[in-house]
Design a protein around this ligand. Structure first.
Ligand code: 3PG
Length: 209
């Protein structure tokens, strides 16, 4: 966990990688790494996602290659087998959390309420994803949650963009923000991977400003 925490603290942005084929997924990942980001969340939203995850984890062993949109204990097990070094879920599923914890793989469940945050905390989790962040209250919600859960940290995702990234990162309990804005489908379809590298660099510049 501590290596992942260190990278999250340093880079402060977690891009989503979504692709229909491994070759493209590797190019997207390469572009993000070239831009300086080394925590990648490969989302299970295409038929090829597990193969993409495995290929990226093999090709870039020094990056933190996690699986996102993990919805069940079975998927948790499978992504660990495919090489995921962390797991992200849109919601709070105790069975998925238990699988990850028994394999000693960090998991960030999605939470959207104080009750879910408390359930996560009381399962021993100090870091959760706030999702969908912009819908459930954004930075104000994060300030409210962190005022009571003083030992918890958050990765808001959902509606984060270059326009509001700084506002989210200014909340002390926010370790990093996740988002799909770094890997736009239009750039991927056009084969413009340089654009993805630029988005990654721009995000790091915003985070450090
Ligand atoms: C996620 O899976 O975390 C979200 O779909 C990302 O939300 P975004 O597309 O608004 O960044």
């Amino acid at each position: 966990m501590s290596a992942l925490i260190k990278s999250l603290e340093a880079k402060r942005v977690v891009p989503l990688v979504q692709s229909d084929d491994q070759k493209t997924a590797l190019k997207i990942s390469e572009a993000l790494l070239a831009g300086g980001l080394d925590v990648l969340e490969v989302v299970l939203r295409t038929d090829a996602a597990l193969d993409c995850l495995e290929a990226i984890a093999k090709e870039f062993p020094h990056a933190h290659v996690g699986a996102g949109t993990v919805l069940s204990a079975e998927q948790s097990q499978e992504v660990i087998r495919r090489g995921a070094t962390f797991i992200v879920s849109p919601g709070f599923d105790p069975a998925s959390i238990k699988v990850a914890q028994s394999a000693d793989v960090p998991i960030l469940p999605g939470i959207a309420t104080p009750s879910e945050a408390l359930l996560a905390r009381n399962m021993g989790l100090g870091l959760v994803k706030l999702f969908p962040a912009s819908v459930v209250g954004g930075p104000k919600m994060l300030k409210a949650l962190s005022a009571v859960y003083r030992d918890m940290r958050f990765m808001p995702t959902g509606g984060v963009s270059p326009a509001n990234l700084q506002e989210y990162l200014a909340v002390p309990a926010v370790i990093a923000c996740g988002g799909s804005w770094l890997t736009p489908a239009s750039a991927i379809e056009a084969g413009d991977f340089a654009a993805i590298t630029k988005l990654a660099k721009d995000a790091i510049a915003i985070a450090n400003a």
